[in-house]
Design a protein around this ligand. Structure first.
Ligand code: FDA
Length: 456
């Protein structure tokens, strides 16, 4: 190839990872071009208005451990507010009755609570021994990667309800896969990436703040600082490199650069034809990654009626179609958008209702909400489901993870550059794994790697 560089670095993907990398490289004086396949920036972050109500369809919450994201929010001059959480929460056990509770201690037997505490302690200790940037180097990595999280839990306790609640926090609520489809090592990574398992089980911590205007304001503000350097509707199909440069093909046009960043989930690197072929471990590693599946449902009502009876809107039910639900009313009170609930249907439940016609699925999910909040939950003013599983450019939610046994085999390859090609997204982050914080961290790391390489 004899092309001269059109730009210093091409970034493929205008999610938070790609846009953060572009911002940092631009600040360092590089000329960059961001190519985004969709007709908008933000990737898994988007805010939409339907029938006058505003919905965050993708990511929305920020927690105190997510310091890279918090700094970025401040840097961009955005504001945050606390999630509504006043009042009692609900817990639905196997008998299907909703019980009220406050704080983090579930209304289960003393013995089950003691088992839950014991399991939290074990997972905290395992995650304290993990460097989230190198989970495969954990002292028990091989052992933990060869069993499913479900098997691991069964080996820890005979208390089924304790097990099912711990499973809920990491399976349906975080990795969004059944607990028999990912390894105990992946579960420990999820804990370590948030600081500890104690953080994950504390809804007040992990779902602490929201950004005014929605978390999608972050990529929107990043993109507006890159005016003229972000090209939309640019689906990159080929990347080709040699010792001198890398050439990216989009809509038949070749663009040359010194480096390219593929700021995509590992599953989507596979959509691009790369020449010469990536080393086999890089290809195999990505073959063993897949998206989880969760349907995020938001229902907007004339008022946040649950508050009238002293409920916070928070509910958990390890055996329920809707396994978790929260008050998702915008700002600090019921504003012009009325009151909103956000509910999650994950894993096998999402498969099952996903096969139903739209109307039937809506009825089933609203009935699921009514199990927590009664009849009034059946009649929202506006109802909206997330649709990430239907979009080729995402393919699931929230993020990708390894199948059992693959993190120790291939984990180290996913972030390794191959010549002039660099890879990253929140899916391969350590701290902030699968979260926007991880995307900010990966974007900054990718920019640093390129800048340091150029000055070496
Ligand atoms: P992302 O997937 O956002 O960006 C990749 C971009 O590449 C996309 O824009 C895509 O279109 C583009 N692309 C793909 N192939 C391409 C090609 N060939 N050419 C050009 N462009 C291409 N996180 C959090 O912190 N708090 C939360 O509350 C939640 N909740 C949540 C809910 C739901 C429903 C989802 C789906 C996700 C979350 N998350 C979250 C996760 C969070 O949204 C996610 O981790 C980050 O937004 C990922 O950002 P990335 O930039 O890494 O990837």
């Amino acid at each position: 190839m004899t092309e001269t560089h059109t730009v210093d670095t091409i970034i493929v993907g205008a999610g938070v990872t790609g846009l953060t990398a572009a911002r940092r490289l631009t600040e360092a004086g590089q000329d960059v071009l961001v190519l985004e396949a969709r007709d908008r920036v933000g990737g898994r972050l988007r805010t939409e208005t339907h029938d006058g109500a505003h919905f965050e369809i993708g990511g929305q919450w920020v927690s105190p451990d997510q310091t890279a994201l918090i700094e970025m929010v401040e840097e961009l001059g955005l504001e945050t507010y606390s999630r509504f959480r006043e009042g009692e929460s609900l817990y639905i056990a196997a008998d299907r009755t909703a019980r009220r509770f406050t704080g983090e201690v579930l209304p289960v037997s003393e013995q089950t609570n003691a088992e839950i505490d014991r399991l939290i302690d074990i997972l905290d200790k395992l995650s304290a021994d993990m460097d989230p940037d190198r989970p495969w180097a954990h002292p028990l990595a091989a052992e933990l990667d060869q069993v499913t999280f479900g098997q691991w839990l069964e080996a820890q306790t005979d208390d089924v309800e304790a097990r099912d609640n711990i499973a809920l926090y990491i399976g349906p609520a975080m990795i969004t896969k059944p607990v028999w489809s990912f390894s105990a090592l992946t579960a420990v990574l999820m804990c370590a990436s948030a600081g500890s398992f104690t953080h994950l089980v504390d809804a007040d911590f992990i779902l602490d703040k929201r950004v005014v205007g929605g978390l999608s304001s972050v990529p929107a503000a990043l993109a507006s600082g890159l005016a003229g350097k972000v090209r939309l509707n640019a689906d990159v199909t080929h990347v080709c490199q040699d010792d001198n440069c890398v050439v990216v093909t989009v809509d038949g046009e070749d663009i040359a650069a010194a480096h390219v960043i593929l700021a995509l989930p590992p599953t989507h690197v596979r959509r691009i034809r790369i020449a010469p072929d990536l080393p086999w471990e890089h290809r195999s590693g990505r073959e063993h990654q897949s998206f989880g599946l969760v349907i995020k449902v938001q229902a907007e009502y004339a008022t946040p009626f649950w508050r009238e009876s002293g409920l916070s809107g928070t509910g958990f039910g390890p055996y329920e179609l809707v396994h978790e639900v929260y008050d998702n009313t915008w700002a600090s009170g019921a504003g012009e958008d009325g009151g909103m609930l956000v509910a999650f249907v994950s894993g096998l439940h999402a498969d099952e209702v996903g096969r139903l016609p739209e109307d039937e699925r809506r009825s089933r999910i609203l009935e699921g909400l009514a199990t927590y909040f009664g009849e009034r939950a059946l009649h929202p003013r506006v109802y909206k489901e997330s649709d990430w599983q239907h979009q080729e450019l995402t393919g699931g939610a929230y993020a990708t993870s390894f199948d059992v046994g693959s993190m120790t085999r291939y984990g180290h390859t996913l972030r390794e550059p191959v010549g002039r090609i660099h890879f990253g997204s929140s899916d391969v982050a350590g701290l902030g794994f699968q979260h926007v914080d991880g995307a900010v961290r990966m974007g900054s790391l990718l920019a640093r790697t390129i800048l340091e390489g150029d000055h070496a």
